[in-house]
Design a protein around this ligand. Structure first.
Ligand SMILES: Cc1ncc(COP(=O)(O)O)c(C=O)c1O
Length: 255
C-alpha cells in the first residue's frame, strides 16, 4: 500500500472485504464518543484502584490511522500519539505540524533508523538494547531537549519478542542514565494477551515490581507504560501511569 494513503481517511480492510462482519465493537461511533468512553474507562479504573485520574496519561496509538483521524482527536484535546513505523509517522508529523503534538515511537527499532527517530520524536518507548540507546544519544540533536526514553521489557521472556530481558533492565537503565542526550523516564511492556483478569494482573504486578526496583536504585523515573484496549483496567490497578490505546479509540486498525 502506498504510504500516502496514511494521509487520507480509508475504510478498514475488514470493513471493505466483509461489510457485515469483523467490525469493531462500535463501528458507527464518532471519534468524540470513543475518546470520551476511553477517558471514562481510565477514570473509572483510577477510582476503583484509589488513584487520582491525573496519575494516568493516555497515549493514542495512531499507527495505521490517517492524519485526519489524529487531527480529530487533537481537536478534542488529545496531545500524545504513538507510532511504530518511521516513514508513516514522519508524513503525519509534517501534515500535523500546527497541532503541537507529542510523538512517541513505540515500535521495534533497527539500528540504521535511529537518526530520524532521535531527530523527530519526543519519546522512544521501545529502547531494548545498549546499541540503540547509544546511537539515539549520539544522534539526538544538541539544540533539542534530551530524548525521553522508556526501556521496553520482554515481560514474558518470549524469545521471539522485542524487549530487554528482565534481568538486563538494571544494566540498561544504568547505561541510559549516563547518556546526556537521553532522559530515562521508566519502563514499557507489551505482555502476551491474557483472557483472565487474574493473569493480566499477575504480569502487570511483575512489571510494576521491576519499575519500583529501578526507583529504589535511585533512578528518577515517572512513567510505567502498560495497558492497551483490552487490559487497561488491570494495568491501572497495577500502577500504570500511561495506557497506550489504539482499537478502543480508532476502531479496527487499517492494516
Ligand atoms: C506497542 C503498542 N502499544 C499499544 C497498542 C494498542 O493496542 P490496542 O489496539 O489493543 O489498544 C499497540 C497496537 O498495536 C502497540 O503496538
Amino acid at each position: 500500500m502506498s504510504i500516502l494513503a496514511y494521509l487520507e481517511p480509508r475504510m478498514p480492510a475488514a470493513e471493505a472485504n466483509h461489510p457485515e462482519s469483523d467490525r469493531a465493537e462500535h463501528p458507527t461511533e464518532n471519534p468524540a464518543t470513543r475518546y470520551h468512553r476511553v477517558l471514562g474507562r481510565i477514570a473509572a479504573a483510577c477510582q476503583a484502584s484509589g488513584r487520582g485520574i491525573d496519575q494516568v496519561r493516555l497515549l493514542a496509538v495512531s499507527k495505521t490511522q490517517p492524519a485526519s483521524a489524529i487531527a480529530a482527536l487533537a481537536r478534542l484535546g488529545q496531545r500524545e500519539f504513538g507510532e511504530n513505523r518511521l516513514d508513516e509517522a514522519q508524513l503525519k508529523m509534517d501534515a500535523l505540524q500546527t497541532h503541537s503534538l507529542t510523538w512517541h515511537f513505540i515500535g521495534p527499532i533497527q539500528s540504521n533508523k535511529t537518526r530520524p527517530i532521535a531527530e523527530r520524536f519526543d519519546w522512544v518507548q521501545s529502547v531494548d538494547r545498549p546499541k540503540i540507546a547509544r546511537r539515539l544519544a549520539e544522534q539526538r540533536p544538541g539544540h533539542l531537549p534530551p530524548l525521553n526514553v522508556l526501556i521496553q521489557v520482554n515481560a514474558d521472556d518470549e524469545p521471539q519478542k522485542a524487549g530487554c530481558a528482565p534481568d538486563q533492565v538494571e544494566a540498561l537503565a544504568a547505561l541510559i542514565a549516563g547518556l546526556a542526550q537521553l532522559r530515562l523516564r521508566g519502563l514499557m511492556a507489551i505482555p502476551a494477551p491474557r483472557d483472565d483478569e487474574s493473569g493480566q494482573l499477575a504480569v502487570f504486578e511483575r512489571i510494576h515490581h521491576w519499575y519500583q526496583a529501578l526507583k529504589a536504585r535511585g533512578h528518577d523515573i515517572d512513567t510505567l507504560s502498560i495497558g492497551m484496549s483490552g487490559d487497561l483496567e488491570a494495568a491501572v490497578n497495577s500502577g500504570s501511569t500511561m495506557v497506550r490505546i489504539g482499537t478502543a479509540l480508532f476502531g479496527e486498525r487499517l492494516e
